[in-house]
Ligand binder design. Structure first.
Ligand code: IPM
Ligand code: MG
Length: 372
């Protein structure tokens, strides 16, 4: 398969983790005989400083002309901490999502058996968790009108949803549930918000055309508690833009590290793949960032293009890195392996699918990922 992939490293640790994903894609290319063309483009704080806008026109053009986008992370403390900031790096990402109509953000939360002890939540509670959040990404409070009234020192963010915006992601969530454990949980705040009441009406109606899938509705405050107390009860969580943002970060606590969770943002014609973590600027250039979330986003990208075997190979190589403890310090405090090393290890292992090879642990200890 031939694919053109836009590479938006972004800010902070974004470019470092995406670099590891490119290595993995090169491995897939070589192993399975595909042809991937990468087009790098700036987005976020870096782009804002250089060009005056966080989403330069050229970047948007490259994204539109690509089959897929691999994005790292964005944001920088100098903007977050400056009360005079008028244009935020994050606006670049929001505009990109809007321009490409990326309406469904899919965020799987899985507990890997070899990392089950990573989670601060008891093993018996998290073991076997396998849920996926379908977060609406193109509307709601993120995109409603915003006002600030300097005289009264007040501010407003409007939250609007239309039936169309709710129904297109709802269909995706129900279709996904059909191929999983056949359960959708709509998370909302229908006891307070009018938009949530519309969500319930629309989702309950659509649910009737998926009789094999069970729908239940849960208020977001309760869902936040349930995700920690009993995460295994969830299969597909369907929710709006803001609730999905919050709950997916919370999901990373179940998995053990925010450096592990990938995501896919699907639109009508485009798709973007990115870790759920942020730019973690303090770690930039220190070679300590966990590349796994970005690499698992590559697995989602491959699956999106029906390259199932290729996607499985990437996941298998990631699992191998866990079992061999080739992990970054967020997973194992005493680990001496850096971003680069973990990326090399996973990329090398994608080429070895049958598991009939041995890793020379001695060389690994020396910092050489020799496969014998
Ligand atoms: C995410 C991020 C973004 C969001 C930010 C960077 C705008 O937190 O993708 O979860 O809120 O959607
Ligand atoms: Mg977020």
């Amino acid at each position: 398969m031939q694919l053109t992939i836009a590479i938006l490293g972004g800010d902070g640790i974004g470019p470092e983790v995406v670099e590891q994903s490119i290595k993995c894609l090169r491995s897939v290319e070589e192993t399975f005989g595909h042809s991937f063309t990468f087009k790098k483009a700036p987005l976020g704080a870096d782009a804002l400083k250089k060009t005056g806008t966080p989403l330069p026109k050229k970047t948007l053009e490259i994204c539109k002309a690509s089959d897929a986008i691999l994005f790292g992370a964005l944001g920088a403390p100098e903007f977050d901490q400056n009360p005079k900031t008028e244009v935020w790096p994050e606006q670049g990402l929001l505009k990109l999502r809007q321009e490409l109509e990326l309406f469904a953000n899919i965020r799987p939360v899985k507990v890997f058996p070899s990392l089950v002890k990573q989670s601060p939540i008891p093993k018996a509670t998290v073991q076997g968790t396998d849920l996926v959040i379908y977060r609406e990404l193109s509307a709601g409070i993120y995109y409603g009108e915003k006002f600030r009234n300097e005289e009264t020192n007040s501010a407003t963010d409007i939250c609007t949803y239309s039936e169309k915006e709710i129904s297109r992601i709802t269909h995706l969530a129900f279709k996904a549930a059909k191929g999983r454990r056949k359960k959708v949980t709509l998370v909302d705040k229908a006891n307070v918000l009018e938009t949530s009441r519309l969500w319930r009406r629309v989702v309950q109606t659509i649910a009737q055309s998926y009789p094999e899938v069970t729908l239940n509705c849960m208020f977001v405050d309760n869902a936040a508690v349930q995700m920690i107390l009993a995460p295994k009860q969830f299969d597909v969580i369907l929710t709006d833009n803001m609730f999905g943002d919050i709950l997916s970060d919370q999901g990373s606590v179940i998995a053990g590290s925010i450096g592990l969770l990938p995501s896919a943002s699907i639109g009508v014609e485009n798709a973007m793949f990115e870790p759920i973590h942020g730019s973690f600027s303090e770690a930039k250039g220190k070679n300590i960032a966990n590349p796994v979330a970005s690499i698992l986003s590559v697995a989602m990208l491959l699956e999106h293009f029906k390259m199932k075997e290729e996607s499985d190979a990437v996941v298998a190589a990631v699992l191998k890195s866990f079992s061999k403890k080739i992990v970054t310090p967020d997973i194992m405090g005493s680990s001496k392996y850096g971003t680069d090393y973990v990326g090399d290890f996973i990329a090398d292992n994608i080429m070895e699918l049958d598991g009939s090879f041995n890793i020379n642990d001695e060389n690994i200890g020396l910092g050489k990922s020799t496969i014998i």
